[in-house]
Every structure is written in C-alpha cells, then in structure tokens.
Ligand binder design. Sequence first.
Ligand SMILES: [Zn+2]
Length: 147
Amino acid sequence: MSSLNEVGERDAWRCWLCDEPVDPDASVNADRGPSVDSGASPKGKKAAAGVERLAHRACNTRKGAVKPVVAWSPELFVVEPAPIVATVERLTRKGGREVVARCPSQADAERAAIWLLDRLSRLAPQLALTTQVEAGGGQFLLVLRTA
Ligand SMILES: [Zn+2]
C-alpha cells in the first residue's frame, strides 16, 4: 500500500476520476481533500495494473458501491459515447480496437480524439493507445486501439 504522498505525486495531484486538481494540503476529511482510490477494480479484483490512484475523497469509489465513472467532456459532440472506464479495462485486458463514439462531422471526431488521448494519458498511463477516425454511414466513428 502506497502512501498518499507517493500516489499524489505520481498522479501529479490530479483526481483520476474527475480530472481536476487535488490540493495536497487540503484536509483528508474534506470532500475535495486527497485520498487514495484502489482504482477501477470490477468484482473486487485488482485492476490489471494493480495501481492505486489519487482521487478527491468525494470521488473515491472505495467507499461506495458505485462503479467508477469517467465523464466525456460536455464540450464534445459525441453520440453514444462508450463508458470510458470499462473500455480502458477491456483494452488493458485484451488489447485490440473499439469504436468508442460516433460524431456528426470529421472535425467533431478529431476534437474528441484529441481530448480522449489527453484524458487517457492520465487515466491509463500504462496503456499505449492511438485513435483513428473512420467515415461510415454518414457519420464519423472514433476508434480507439492499443498500439
Ligand atoms: Zn475528483
């Protein structure tokens, strides 16, 4: 088990769930204070990488039955976006490629691709990922694949 400071520094004092800064000096009892989350671990299993992550106390999934949710940016134009945490878990386990969203235009898909890669570079730094935009059925598919 790592100390809060070790986990905090490795994650650059940013909450792995909401992607916002965590104040290392805030009280650990405050909702926005720092805490160590056990990471995405379905059915009580350790995550593939077995890593502990920094989270705001209120965002920490350990205390609730709620599965971790990582939201897509509301500024993106994406249709039926895939759940980010579950997608990352599958790609960590099996690799391969998944369509993660559909977009009305190529520009929307490219914006979403840039946002997603940036977000995942912090959420799943152990995973080497690329994105691809594919035209299909009058829409643009955003594909995420392991390198
Ligand atoms: Zn948070």
